[in-house]
Ligand binder design. Sequence first.
Ligand SMILES: Cc1cc2nc3c(=O)[nH]c(=O)nc-3n(C[C@H](O)[C@H](O)[C@H](O)COP(=O)(O)OP(=O)(O)OC[C@H]3O[C@@H](n4cnc5c(N)ncnc54)[C@H](O)[C@@H]3O)c2cc1C
Length: 381
Amino acid sequence: MIGFDLSEEQEQLIKTARDFTKAKIVPVAGKLDEHGTFPTEIFKEAWELGLANCEIPTEYGGLGLSCLDHCLVLEEVSYGCLGVNTTLAANMLGSMPLLIAGSDEQKQKYLGMLVNEPVHAAYCCSEPDAGSDVAGMSTKYTQHGDDYVISGQKRWITNGGVANWFTVLATRDRGMKHKGITCFVVDANAPGVKIGKKEDKLGQRCSNTCDVLFEEVRVPKSAIVGAEGEGFKVAMKTFDRSRPWIAAGAAGVMRRAIEESRSYALERKTFGVPIAQHQAIQFMLADMAVKYEASRLLCHKAAYMVDKGHIDSVISAYAKVFSADSAMEVTTDAVQVFGGYGYTKEYPVEKLMRDAKLLQIYEGTSQIQRIVIARNMLGRQ
Ligand SMILES: Cc1cc2nc3c(=O)[nH]c(=O)nc-3n(C[C@H](O)[C@H](O)[C@H](O)COP(=O)(O)OP(=O)(O)OC[C@H]3O[C@@H](n4cnc5c(N)ncnc54)[C@H](O)[C@@H]3O)c2cc1C
């Protein structure tokens, strides 16, 4: 049996997130973008409403929402601002290794922090010289008796400058590639943890992106998430579960671009008629609508698979690559519909285009998603 209907609870969740977005995010998104201001107040209010940390299980004090429920929230938030969406999603990204492989003690402590207060977590995987090539990371750990010492530099860490704790991937020996990697959970105030440069970004400018440095950070054995040497698997499983969120973000920014474009096309006149009467504009709007609908369906299918426990890297990759590429196309077309005005800050569509670009880069670039898909079709070549 197949069904596309959402439950009453899910419809209510969408309404809550939509009302919040329209009241609290849409009016200020432009200003946050202009100044690169972190959305502290918005996050706090979202947290109070139950729109943050959605997938933390009830046994750890969370709402225990499904991946699909979470995607519904993220689509709404992204309608208002993709940067706010990324801020919210980064908390769950930091938490996901714990949900996948963490001990009960780790979950009680670290997920507990997120549900008790509107604070942040972050996921430290990428490095200056290792983004797509996760197994090529050089942040190193060594064992000293019962403790482990982590040294290295992480880059592009969303929430890096504001997080209370991090999940961190480090290698015992770079030569061991993926087999050498272990995941740790580290308090942000542990001696030796330092926040490095903050990125001044093209888009999603209100989200916080920083270097995080680990200078001989000593952690106990109990900080290992899962088993030693299993970190690469934890990282890949994390991406399988987080890529549907990116698709949800893409759907939200596309819906906004379509609504803005539709209204403008009905108003703006050229050659004595609204531009909506020109077939070239109509076809652009129609293509935008198809891309939104197809992206949303792929997102929901990938989330459904996660929720059923039939986690499939390829389905998550389909959803991520199609929706990210579609969001880039749709927001670029929105700028085109607006003509010269689309290229100015007078209208919101240039921000949507700048924000959407990141969807093709983080959590595995569009090229990396295609590698995942092609490998599944052809095997490793
Ligand atoms: C704003 C922002 C927020 C981020 N947040 C986080 C975060 O919270 N945590 C985290 O760990 N990381 C985060 N990232 C990092 C992000 O995941 C990486 O930037 C991404 O994986 C790409 O890595 P890279 O930048 O090193 O590019 P590279 O890996 O150097 O890639 C450069 C180009 O080469 C292509 N390429 C690379 N390898 C191949 C290949 N084998 N075949 C074909 N093409 C290839 C890529 O697709 C890309 O086009 C964030 C990045 C940004 C920009």
